[in-house]
Write a protein that binds this ligand. Sequence first.
Ligand SMILES: [Fe+2]
Length: 330
Amino acid sequence: MDAPDTAASFSYRSLHNLPEAAGLGSIRDMMQPGLSVAEVVERLKHWHYAMHRLWRIFLSRLTAEPVYELKMAWSYHAYLCAEQVTALRDGVAEMRHPPLGLEKIPHDALCLYFDEIQASPSAGPLIHAVYRDALPALRDSMHRHLAETNHLADAPTCRVVQFALHDIETMYQWGQEAAHSPYADDAPDFQLLTDCLLAAGGIGGNYCAPQEKSLTPRHAAQPFQYDRTPRRDERFPDPYNMGVHAEEFLYTPEFPARAKTLMMYYKRLREIDLPEMMAGILVEMPDKPWGFYRDMTRQLWDEARRAMMGEVGFVSQSIAWPEHVVVNFT
Ligand SMILES: [Fe+2]
């Protein structure tokens, strides 16, 4: 057979100079073979595993983490991860018949990688590991996929990846700022984390061929124990004092509107204990359908937002709540 026309001799044009291929890319790009369905499913399962582990890491640490800002951020990031877990699960389900094998750990070294992060001895190493190692690795793996796959045949995955990249960027940006906080001045064992990823072939399994590494668990040498005791930072000095009954105050007709508004801010900020409590349910209640965890994580994030609405309310009234408002447990 004669060789097909080269690009130079065959100039193909869309009609009326409209964008070709629905804007997915160029026809030339779509002539590339891309990745097989099996390879795409492998990627999705790796990313699903990573997002699921991050989701659990955020939840399993936010109750006992004293600093309010971290509780709020991890509530948000757990929610973003849960949304991505859902999208990645759906992506696998479109390409495979059940059982989908989503519980399967893609590689033991990847399991150790996340076990090490989960067992970080304090918030600093955890922040550096999640936001300066895991999320950049995940982002790189997804960019690699976008560069390698066929954007026509694999368009649904590309879309899932683009949304995931948006959420990863949101988390990453927060993490870059947080990593500069004096609260996060201790770093993890990056060498062990790097070795784990090299042994697994990367967080998405598409970075390199799995390498021989001798991996010795450090913080993950003991199984992780979820700490269900809520802890608060110094702005919450008297959490067990039940002296304030917000509801009684709000339903007393003679109190003025402004006082009630301030009490509403108080009631909102006090909802910080809902993420602390709900995280425990999510971490300690195994074997529910994924939709249960997704919905509960959304509610957890809604409760965290309410706490921040109270914070915003006090600041909007120039009230220094850390000095003047004693926020207790509900
Ligand atoms: Fe609430």
